[in-house]
Design a binder for this molecule. Sequence first.
Ligand code: AMP
Length: 266
Amino acid sequence: MIPVVRTKRALERLLARWRGKRFSVGLVPTMGALHAGHAALLRRAAAENDRVIASVFVNPLQFGPREDYGRYPRALPADRKLAAAAGACAVYAPSAAAMYPRGFSTYVEVKGLSDLYCGRHRPGHFRGVATVVLKLFNQVRPDRAYFGEKDWQQVRVLETMIRDLDVGVALVRVPTVRERDGLALSSRNAYLSAAERRAAPALRRALEAGRAAARRPRARPRMIAAAVRRALSGTGLKVQYAGVWDGRLLAAAFLGRTRLIDNLPL
Ligand code: AMP
């Protein structure tokens, strides 16, 4: 079974061994509760690097005060097995106290992008994401890092950070992995009741309705977003936002207390 590395020192020892052999290193940052979406990132990383590290860290900095940090699913033993089966060589699972010791006071803010869509509804979220990802990059110094297109805005925020701060890591985008009924895999899907789970694929279907609207002559972003909202009415999903941005159609919706996001290329 692959090792679980808990401290920066143990990580440093592992990396020193690999660097001595001039191995390339791929990093797959996650918050754990790993599923087939994470596995796709890990397999891609394993195909493109000599060694792969999966980080598992539920990052307190990217959760709002009324969000689900406390109840976010944590399943390290299962994560270790899934990561190994998908090609990871180690799991890096630091503690929150080690990542944010007393006196921690430096943050990464990607202006503009972070205030739209998810960022507008989750103030501070992308600042937390950018800060933890830059820390992980500095700790692991990977050649490549793998992120899912399911979190489109996150990918764009991190690409901007990498460009603006001259971070020498190649970001690799990996397409969204879905259930057979179209629902994008997410650790948060575990929150859904059976009835909510049956309703959840409506989000992807609504995005497809929006994409169909986009193909009509003289389609405007407002009409496309309206088509998504229309498709969601009566499904039990409550739209938080729907919009066209960066060549993608993006949406977020609540099913009960569970927030789902998804996006499609236009
Ligand atoms: P998370 O553990 O939810 O923070 O996600 C860790 C990484 O896995 C992020 O880069 C996500 O975009 C990616 N990811 C999550 N769900 C999926 C999915 N269904 N398909 C592809 N990538 C995903």
